[in-house]
Ligand binder design. Sequence first.
Ligand code: GDP
Length: 300
Amino acid sequence: MATFGNLSDRLAETFKNLRTKGKLSAADVDGTVREIRRALLDADVALEVVKDFTGKVRERALGDEVSKALNPAQQVVQIVNEELIEILGGQQRRLEFAKKPPTIIMLAGLQGAGKTTLAGKLAKWLARDGHTPILVAADLQRPNAVTQLEVVGAQAGVPVYAPEPGNGVGNPVKVAKDGVKYAQQKLHDVVIVDTAGRLGVDAEMMKQAADIRKAIDPDEVLFVIDAMIGQDAVATARAFQDGVDFTGVVLSKLDGDARGGAALSVASITGRPIMFASTGESLDDFEPFHPDRMASRILD
Ligand code: GDP
């Protein structure tokens, strides 16, 4: 994953230096923690997350588990790995399906975050798993959004519920509700509701998303965030958490060459798990997110 290439290289270099040492002195630990801190900050990981992370690593690295280890340097790498998994959300979190179908999944995020593309990716992935998803086009803000969802639906081979001309046009809450009702009638077991975003956080958009949430009472609200947006990721995530709240995070555009660290901060800052990763424009560039695998990739 190109996004974390630089961070990976920096950490690898830090650990290489550490491995040349046998027993670790407090100064060795401090030096290592300082380098990890710089590498994370340069990768755009949010300051409060970095502080928390390096504080925990330092405390553990100075403790018994390292001083008594046969290979102290290896033990420090192991600690970094464990703490990295922790900031990435710990355990993998799977989608929660409703006991009584349909399972309602609402997508939220800024315009351009990758929501519409994600709707197609998620639908295709669910359909391959034997589900019968339908997409609902409740993004009525962008002129092309409904057509774009229809194109994505066709590519994924899943139906799309879109407002009929004259019926619900301009009223995304009604379209979302009608879409869910339609899905129930047609016995789809999953409904994915695409909603509107703006280029920046905006009170009206947030209210609309919150209204949709209230009207359809989704089982999951997935907040889609572009890994390339840098330090803005944290403020954006907080705004969506306050305005709409979400049950999980999707990191999109992890294929880019941005530093990505800000997106890595989102799980830790919001306390919501990263559930999926989007890694390209094709509908197959998509995978469930595994904190442990991501940590291994970064530390490899
Ligand atoms: P929305 O406004 O949130 O619905 O965002 P879109 O789904 O329309 O995506 C915005 C742009 O980003 C489109 O050109 C997508 O093809 C592109 N895109 C979406 N996800 C990814 C991804 O994971 N990687 C890359 N490289 N591009 C993506």
